[in-house]
Design a protein around this ligand. Structure first.
Ligand code: PMP
Length: 399
């Protein structure tokens, strides 16, 4: 049990972000499971929101962290010292990307990756405006919030960055809005918080074409969809439509905090000068996070874990069907179960929680259950969990 002390410390000294925290008191976590201090075992079916793709505490990641801690932790501000952990991770990551995405700028988080990408696009193009999409989510710092397409989260913090235009996702109107005023278009190839909405193939191809015609950079926020979650290293590979700047985080560190944005040599040239050190970070690309990320990516590649994402999708599509469900959307292990009503969704999530299954909502939808199991989940746990979700979807069916 959490001591009364720990619980009151949590309630009194940690800034609260909602009136109703889940309040699970964590003891430890291993593989697809989280164990609580009162002896309960939970199946983590959202992977700490698309972070623990290798499960919790993968042995290879833990070993790499320990090894790095024994050598060195933080040494000096970004970009000055040559650190093996950073260099190895950057080269392994870029080796899996299209050739033009040859460099990475490491950050601490997803939102910082987007912040950096927006600044990079401004400096490279000499332009100041952006096109973003309704129902997108790009993070909670000011720049990322400025390109996030949901008023309820923006309104309390206005004014945000000027010159940001919004279009409907997958709507042809966006194409008409791409012109010489824009530094970049920023989008998630599969919208995450918007409700797991994949972009249409032709639409994305046309966005790419129009950006090229108008000298506008295309930024993909693959913070949620990257690092194997959808069955490809990055979701854009399913479309064969590459970005100019690619933002990543979440699963990237194998459970340690790290993010980054990748672009070409030519684009990154503008960060070097005028003035030098115009975009720096104290902790971005921390060597312990880089060592963890490198180990995680090696496991992902050596064990073909991305194929598991496709198996997860196939199994989920078999089990989660019928008229209690509107639709199962998404790709690989980035799935959204669209239900009929808020009531049904709430009941399913709550009943599963009582049984020890952690499901989630997405930020912008109240009728969608987020499914993002770790890619290492065993077949028995996967099928039994999906069957319980299907059972409750039927039990609490509404129309
Ligand atoms: N972009 C996307 C698509 C995300 O899903 C998230 C996190 N949910 C972010 C950006 C922000 O990442 P972070 O919380 O690491 O800042």
């Amino acid at each position: 049990m959490p001591t009364t002390n720990t619980k009151s410390q949590f309630l009194n000294h940690i800034a609260q972000t909602s009136d109703a925290p889940m309040g699970l008191s964590i003891s430890h976590a291993s593989g697809p499971f989280i164990f609580t201090t009162d002896g309960r075992k939970f199946t983590d079916f959202i992977s700490g929101i698309a972070v623990s793709s290798l499960g919790h505490r993968h042995p290879k990641v833990v070993e790499a962290v320990k090894h790095q801690v024994d050598k060195h932790m933080h040494v000096m501000v970004y970009g000055e010292f040559i650190q093996e952990a950073q260099s190895n991770f950057a080269s392994l990551t870029t080796s899996q990307l299209p050739e033009h995405l040859s460099r990475i700028y490491f950050t601490n988080s997803g939102t910082e990756a987007n912040e950096g990408a927006l600044k990079l696009a401004k400096k490279f193009t000499g332009r100041t405006e952006f096109l973003a999409f309704r129902n997108s989510y790009h993070g909670d710092s000011h720049g990322s919030l400025s390109v996030t397409g949901r008023d309820v989260y923006r309104d309390p913090y206005l004014p945000l960055l000027p010159g940001v235009h919004f279009a409907d996702f997958n709507h042809p109107q966006a194409l008409e809005m791409i012109d010489e005023h824009l530094a970049a278009v920023i989008l998630e190839p599969i919208q995450g918080e918007g409700g797991i909405i994949p972009s249409d193939q032709t639409w994305l191809e046309n966005i790419r074409k129009k950006c090229d015609e108008k000298g506008v950079l295309l930024i993909y926020d693959e913070i949620q969809s990257g690092f194997g979650r959808t069955g490809a290293f990055f979701a854009f590979e399913h479309y064969g439509v590459a970005p100019d700047i690619l933002c990543m985080a979440k699963a990237m560190g194998g459970g340690m905090p790290i993010g980054g944005f990748a672009a070409s040599d030519e684009i990154f040239e503008v960060f070097k000068n005028d003035p030098p050190l115009n975009h720096v970070t104290t902790f971005g690309g921390h060597p312990v996070s880089c060592a963890a990320g490198h180990a995680a990516l090696k496991v992902m590649l050596d064990e073909n874990l991305m194929e598991n994402a496709s198996f997860i999708e196939k199994t989920a599509r078999e089990i989660l069907s019928g008229d209690s469900i509107v639709e199962l959307r998404g790709k690989g292990a980035m799935l959204g179960l669209q239900l009929h009503s808020f009531e049904q969704t709430k009941n399913v999530v709550e009943a599963c929680f009582v049984e020890g299954i952690i499901l989630g909502w997405t930020l912008h939808s109240n009728t969608l259950v987020r499914l993002a199991p770790p890619l290492i989940i065993d077949e028995d746990t996967l099928t039994s969990t999906l069957k319980r979700i299907a059972y409750y979807a039927e039990k609490f069916k509404t129309t």
